[in-house]
Design a protein around this ligand. Sequence first.
Ligand SMILES: [Zn+2]
Length: 271
Amino acid sequence: MGENAITMNKKNIQFLLIWMLVTACTSNAQMTVTPIIAPSQISAPTDTPIPTVAATPIPTDFIPPAELITSGDWLRPNVALTFDVCQDPQYPAGYDSALVDVLTRYDIPATFFLGGDWMRTHPEETKALASNPKFELDNHSWSHPDFTQLSDEEIAQQIEMTEELLLQITGRHSRFFRPPFGFYNDLTLKSVSQHGLYTVTWDSISGDPDPNFDAATIFAEVKRTVRNGSIVIMHANGRGWHTAEALPAIIEYLQARGYTLVTVSQLLEIK
Ligand SMILES: [Zn+2]
């Protein structure tokens, strides 16, 4: 009975976490609770000409292992703060400039997983992220679909269109791919690796897409789940409701505990 209760509880928690990630990049209308404080300084999509993007195969002679990476070395006190910046094209998201300001003020390396459709509607914000040499920009698919439901061709299109636009706007390519919602299968891993990218999710969940999570709760969740080598997931698309507010405490706590904040490349020692 006790064990069953614990198993059920774990399942419920897993369901809750998946629900939070699903809502992070989709409609606010799905949420029944209105946040008390809206994220500060969320910009609307930039009013600039929208580039046309075709799927272009990425020239690569490097094929990384077709494996999922959830963290770095557990023996080294490094932590990577990562921020998903995604949107479902039907539900445009924003840009949490207050959060980026905190990272810049603390001079902290960070990794942003950018959605292609988000970059399409936010080219100026994409450039702003690219202008900080401590920020790493990576691929988070084009339109945020569930990759377990896609064909090989559809996966290739999602990855290649996003890479193409990232290159157009910033002149850079990604090293890492984060599957939307963290959903993946063998085909996802194989296709991502054939594009020369590593598949990276997380092992420390801030829970920031939950409007009921205030800054103290986000901070407490990071404190509870972070350890050596952790990859922490947060959101910078305005769907992390109190992320910017929680971030100074998170950064100061991690640094006081002796963690070095690094990019995902640095965490995984991938040049
Ligand atoms: Zn996302």
